[in-house]
Write a protein that binds this ligand. Structure first.
Ligand code: ATP
Ligand code: MG
Length: 574
């Protein structure tokens, strides 16, 4: 499947992708050879619905869905909804939309950890009956104090040796709502002297009166992630439970839960946890908690602000799912944390759009040019190629007339040495049209600002015409004043000024004050009147742009996705 075959936004991956070369694939290949898991591969993508997905999640999505597809396996979408106070249905819906948009499909395998609340409760009862879990009345602070440190063993809770009957009774009453929030917890009875702090009698259940977005007020006790996650994996017959590196220290607990709970009536799988390095990007923060602050405190316009590293922000900015998947392929999967240059992501969208975005002309900061020897009422409809890199995209007609706009930057009254664009007495070519010469400059009498150029054109130099091969140094974009459409263009820069905003005590102090520039009097060629929100173009010499949903009929708003300057490709060549 080539990039051109898929329509933006719903590019479902139908072709079976090649197996990627990485350490996780190596583990899977070996497991298939030894027939571990009966030769099955079943993964899951397990977001917590407490925010919108970001580009880091895209890495996990591509990995989990990609590795399943490459090995003839399946991947589930599972909402890890065990923390009701922060979760919301809005997030659930956005996550579904984003995963689909990226091109992945879970068929009928969408699950919620909350689907398993009753089973998880019964398994906890089972652990209590086996003497492997107990109700503890210590406060959160006391539990912490008893836990010990990396160098000192912990102390047993005074409640550790409660009888099984008492534990069963108390746990049932925790569920029944007899005790206040935070007054008791259920803990696994493992080893308070374990060198791994996670194994020092970790909490399995807490009391929390919070309305859950799915189970409402049915529960006032909720399972902890470290308990719910391995069992959710087991119940879904997951074989390879892929997560990020910070969970490596939790793996012994994951395995303990799998080994000590008997779920054989429900499922057979013994899922195995495998950790990989999370994606970090320069000039970006990648934690939902921090992204949520930006949204809630109004630093950005929403989760889908085009400067956000969220999938919805990237989509609104104009990124394609193909470019994001390509990016995820290129960064690969490793066991050590690193930071990826955001220029690589930008490179991927340029590569993708180079072949499929139509080239058009748009003048962002217009300067009026009157061509004095061009007849007043004449309009010529000139041929313009839609994409020289992809001739199959054909051509269109653009109007040329006596008054045009060029970019203010393309003219200097008093040009320095290396400025080859327009200046008094000099010539440039207008793309697809004629060579013009600047004869005179008209200035605002009060401010002295250049407001208009009086030019002449050479009728012999029409592009594609017989005498058109006369050479000038510079060709510029332009639009016909009478035909152009007024548009707003939003130019973006990195949301954060420094490469690593997380290094700042408060990451928000590193916000780039110039991350958004709005130009409201741009002039674009008339063919863009019909541009649909979400469609993408290359504005000649300016970059790639997409039509923002803020557009209204006849008044388009464009987001600059990226400029044309590819700093990543340049760095590779150097
Ligand atoms: P955040 O810190 O942004 O809230 P999280 O890990 O708490 O992220 P989850 O919703 O729990 O968010 O994540 C769902 C899946 O996505 C997990 O398997 C997690 O490991 C993975 N994931 C999250 N962030 C990244 C990242 N930056 N790179 C790769 N995978 C990630
Ligand atoms: Mg999380």
């Amino acid at each position: 499947m080539t990039a051109l075959d898929t329509e933006h936004g719903n590019g479902k991956t139908t072709a079976i992708p090649e197996a990627p070369a990485n350490f996780i694939q190596d583990i899977i290949t070996k497991d298939m050879e030894t027939n571990k898991h009966g030769g099955r591969v079943h993964t899951r993508f397990p977001p917590e619905p407490n925010g919108y997905l970001h580009i880091g999640h895209a890495k996990s999505i591509c990995l989990n869905f990609g590795i399943a597809a490459a090995n003839g396996g399946l991947c589930n979408l599972r909402f890890d909804d065990t923390n009701p106070s922060k979760e919301d249905i809005e997030y659930v819906e956005s996550i579904e939309r984003d995963v689909r948009w990226l091109g992945f499909d879970w068929d009928d395998r969408m699950f919620y950890a909350s689907d398993y609340f009753e089973k998880l409760y019964q398994y906890a009862v089972q652990l209590i009956k086996a003497g492997k879990a107990y109700v503890c009345d210590l406060s959160a602070q006391e539990i912490k104090d008893y836990r010990g440190t990396l160098t000192e063993p912990g102390k047993d809770s005074p409640y550790r040796n409660r009888s099984i009957e008492e534990n069963l009774d108390l746990f049932a009453r925790m569920r029944a709502g007899e005790f206040p929030d935070g007054s008791r917890v259920l803990r696994a009875k493992i080893d308070m002297a374990s060198p791994n702090l996670n194994m020092r009698d970790p909490v399995l259940y807490r009391i929390l009166r919070a309305t859950h977005h799915r189970t409402g007020d049915e529960w006032c006790i909720y399972p902890m992630y470290d308990y719910a996650h391995p069992l959710s994996d087991a119940l879904e017959s997951i074989t390879h439970s892929i997560c990020t590196l910070e969970f490596a220290d939790h793996r012994p607990l994951y395995d303990w839960v799998i080994e000590n709970v008997d779920y054989s009536e429900e499922a057979e799988a013994c899922p195995q946890q495998i950790e990989f390095a999370r994606l970090n990007l320069t000039h970006t923060v990648m934690s939902k908690r921090k992204l949520r602050q930006l949204v809630e405190q109004g630093y950005v316009s929403g989760w889908d602000d085009p400067r956000m590293p969220t999938i919805s922000g990237l989509r609104r900015r104009g990124y394609t799912p193909e470019a994001i998947r390509d990016f995820c392929d290129r960064i690969g999967v490793a066991k050590r944390n690193s930071v990826v240059d955001i220029a690589l992501l930008e490179h991927c969208i340029r590569e993708d759009l180079n072949l499929r975005a139509q080239r058009v002309m748009a003048v962002l900061r217009p300067l009026r040019v009157v061509i004095e020897n061009y007849p007043e009422d004449q309009v010529e409809w000139l041929d313009a190629e839609n994409n020289p890199e992809n001739p199959g995209m054909g051509s269109r007609k653009i109007p040329f007339s006596r008054v045009v706009y060029i970019e203010q930057d393309d003219f200097m009254e008093d040009p320095p040495k290396k400025f080859y664009r327009l200046a008094p007495g000099r010539e440039i070519r207008l793309k697809n049209a004629y060579i013009i010469k600047c004869e005179r400059v008209v200035k605002d009498e009060e401010t002295g600002e250049v407001v208009e150029l009086r030019c002449t054109y050479d009728p012999e130099t029409r592009s594609g015409g017989a005498a058109s091969d006369r050479k000038v140094k510079v060709t510029t974009h332009w639009v016909s004043a009478d035909h152009a459409l007024r548009a707003e263009v939003r130019l973006y820069d990195h949301l954060f000024a420094s490469e690593n905003p997380d290094e700042h005590e408060d990451f928000k102090t590193d916000l780039n004050p110039n991350s958004l520039e709005r130009l409201t009097s741009c002039m674009v060629e008339p063919s863009l009147a019909a541009a649909e929100p979400g469609s993408r173009y290359q504005f000649l010499r300016q970059g790639y742009f997409s039509v923002d949903p803020d557009s209204s009929e006849g008044a388009p708003v464009f987001n600059r996705i990226v400029s044309l300057r590819d700093t990543w490709a340049k760095a590779q060549k150097a």
